[in-house]
Design a protein around this ligand. Structure first.
Ligand code: NDP
Length: 454
């Protein structure tokens, strides 16, 4: 008789949990995974995937408008929002089935229901208990809302992805990834969008220049960005609209209020305290660089550990764990030069250090930056600018950061991330031929640093 029911029991079938479980199953481990909601987790069901589908839908607004300059006559476009929602839902159903099949193919047993730790080797799901040699917690995160009167009237990204009708006015609190992405979607779909930021600009933590350029481009598309504003309370009016009381006793009216004020690790209700797993004040499970919790056979990966909350990072952590436990190949996930993109309108993408970070960490830094009108905008007449920026360590020439705001930025920066990972220098960029005509070639043709940057 084996000592345990399973070699690995994973709690949470999101990107990280599924990746770890499948890789472990492929190495012959006996694996179970439990999920209390839809298989696929945040990224596939409530995040990246449905969001990107809506971003694609939104991008047509600009394509239709731009087409006239290229000779097309386009009848007045009209977005059928319920039809878009239905198409998106059908795609999510298809993806969920694929995820279920992938688990089956990797011989991972799917157990439907929420898991709870009973002891270091036992998980309870519903009225059943399962034992496992190793346990992996991959429960992700959940939107976090501030505690203010009327907050129940606000929606989060979960509901924003499923709105049955497009509101006429949408107000978004928070200017992080989710805030700017939904601002782009609702604006392009035809809603009047207002962002209320407590800080001085969108995307804190990104390169300051990129933040400014994005805010300008969003403004130019009609998104109103109000800075240094706080919401004190929210009330519903008799016509169903919402009235927000802001600081300085000002009022703001809207039809839908989206709070995008961050996400919290989903660590509650897992029985962590029963087995002695430590959490931080922000509810993140504390793990070491090998994703091990305070209990040696229990691991945690992805958003529940609140380190770098990105899908590819959770997947890499999951696979590294499976390699370590079941393939005798101890792996530590590399955390330098992780590229990231924000699917705002226009999108932002970045890898490496911002100019501000580089100046703090390096003695002498050069900045190369170009801002140009994309070729497409000449005939379309759109007053659009693309910004490309390189941050370079002056003595060694090593490129420390690459940043872009403009169409195709995520596609372009993904390639540059390889260059940065390989330690490319500005000279390597200079001796690379450009692809002409493209926006990407700007990254290999920037000749002079921005004056007075050192
Ligand atoms: P972020 O942490 O990115 O941004 C939160 C925003 O809300 C910030 O602008 C912050 O302001 C503001 N904020 C926080 N608390 C309050 C408050 N009490 N009142 C008013 N404003 C507040 O969170 P998101 O919710 O946008 O996204 C969560 C995470 O999900 C991201 O960090 C990212 O890791 C992941 N994600 C990744 C995506 C991608 O890769 N494309 C897409 C979507 C999400 P301030 O700047 O002042 O702190």
């Amino acid at each position: 008789m084996p000592e345990f029911d399973f070699d690995l029991f994973t709690i949470g079938a999101g990107s990280g949990g599924v990746a770890a479980s499948r890789r472990a199953g492929e190495y012959g481990a006996k694996v179970a995974i439990c999920e209390g909601s839809r298989v696929g987790g945040t990224c596939v069901m409530r995040g990246c995937v449905p969001k990107k589908l809506l971003v694609y839908a939104a991008s047509f607004a600009e394509h239709f408008a731009d087409a006239a300059g290229f000779g097309w006559s386009v009848p007045e476009p009209k977005l059928d929002w319920p039809k878009l929602m239905a198409a998106k839902e059908a795609e999510l159903d298809r993806l969920e089935q694929i995820y279920r099949r992938l688990l089956r193919d990797s011989k991972v047993e799917l157990i439907e229901g929420r898991g709870k730790l009973i002891d270091a080797h036992t998980v309870e799901v519903g009225d059943k208990r399962y034992t496992a040699k190793y346990i992996l917690i991959a429960t992700g995160g959940w939107p976090e809302l501030p505690d203010i009167p009327g907050i129940d009237l606000a929606i989060t990204s979960n509901e924003a992805l499923e709105l049955p009708e497009l509101p006429k006015r949408v107000t978004i609190v928070g200017g992080g990834y989710i805030g700017v992405e939904f601002a782009g979607i609702f604006n392009a779909a035809g809603a009047k969008v207002t962002m209320l930021l407590r800080g001085d600009n969108v995307l804190r933590g990104f390169d300051d220049e990129i933040r400014e350029r994005l805010a300008e481009e969003m403004n130019a598309r009609g998104v109103e960005i109000l800075t240094e504003v706080r919401v004190r309370s929210i009330d519903e009016r008799s016509d169903g609209s919402l009235s927000l009381l802001l600081d300085h006793d000002e009022f703001h009216e809207t039809d839908a209020l989206l709070y995008a004020t961050g996400r919290k690790p989903a660590s509650a209700g897992l029985g962590l305290e029963m087995v002695g797993i430590e959490t931080r004040r922000d509810a993140a499970i504390v793990v070491d660089e090998r994703n091990r919790t305070a209990v040696p056979n229990i691991y945690a990966i992805g958003d529940v550990t609140h380190r770098i909350n990105l899908t590819p990072v959770a997947i890499a952590e999951g696979r590294a764990l499976a390699e370590t436990l079941f393939n005798r190949k101890p792996l530590i996930t590399e955390r330098d030069n992780i590229p990231t993109a924000v699917f705002s309108r226009p999108p932002v993408a970045t890898v490496g250090l911002t100019e501000q970070e580089a100046r703090e960490r390096h003695e002498s830094v050069e900045v190369y930056c170009t801002r140009f009108r994309p070729m497409k905008a000449t005939l379309s007449g759109r007053a659009e600018r693309i910004t490309c920026k390189l941050v370079v360590d002056k003595p060694s020439g090593v490129v420390l950061g690459a940043h872009m705001v403009g169409e195709d930025a995520p596609e372009i920066i993904q390639g540059l991330a390889i260059a940065l990972k390989c330690g490319a220098t500005k000279r390597d960029f200079d001796r690379t031929m450009g692809i002409h005509p493209s926006a990407a070639e700007e990254f290999v043709t920037m000749r002079f640093p921005v004056p007075d940057t050192d």
